[in-house]
Design a protein around this ligand. Sequence first.
Ligand code: PAF
Length: 284
Amino acid sequence: MTTIVRTVSDLRARVDKWHGQSHKVALVPTMGYLHNAHIALVEAGKQICSRTVVSIFVNPRQFGPKEDFEKYPRDEQRDLSMLANHQVDLAFVPSLEEMYPLKFSTVVSVPSLTQTLCANTRPSHFSGVATVCAKLFNQCRPDVAVFGEKDYQQLQIIRHLVKDLDIPTEICGVPTVRETDGLAISSRNVYLSKQERARAAQINLILAATATRLTEGHEPAKELTNALSQLNKKVGYTPEYLELCDAETLAPITELNTPARLLTAIIINRTRLIDNWPVMPPTT
Ligand code: PAF
């Protein structure tokens, strides 16, 4: 059975008790509308820790003024029954007031990783994510927090944040969970029409093929130009960005001699999709 708590004091009481019993606690932060990719995070948490907490909170501070906060899909009852089916010990479902009381004013930001990629078009998004995650880490004090690699820039920001702020939580990144055709699973996929959905499935194929060619030693500039034209042609929309970046610092790279990441964001009609692929340097 999954216990539901809605206040920080109830959350702390549970987690403190578990720590007193020498349990290790994993936190999986989510915005709800759970799907298989969230469940993969839960399962990863369960591999490392003996107790699992999932937070469900649609965080207004990470949505821009013209973004889909109001229309973001929500279904608490369905989420809670999924968590119960997967033996999650505790769901933390705070209200807006519990997370951001009236005079709340602190902002957490990680400028070295938020001048690039998604931050170019979503300038306040990552400070919203960093602020809510810093709060969740302090509220729950988990031993491990689990995040998906699909939001790769977010994952690197969180890693940086816990290091800079000496937060004693280990960050665990989980490889992107995909539909059978390879489309990265996302709560926003429900917005896609059937035709858009088919086009969206091209994104991962193009990224994967480009990553393979890069690792084979083909020239990055040429491969990126080619991938960009493939995305335009097969997906039918120009990506917001397509970049080859250092896997840790996210600095753009032109020569592949460290582990890298190929990242893209594309808006299909009004649905913004992101995806990324690991790129290893050629072995010779
Ligand atoms: O990845 C998400 O769902 C959100 O950005 C997170 C980490 C739960 C913070 O609101």
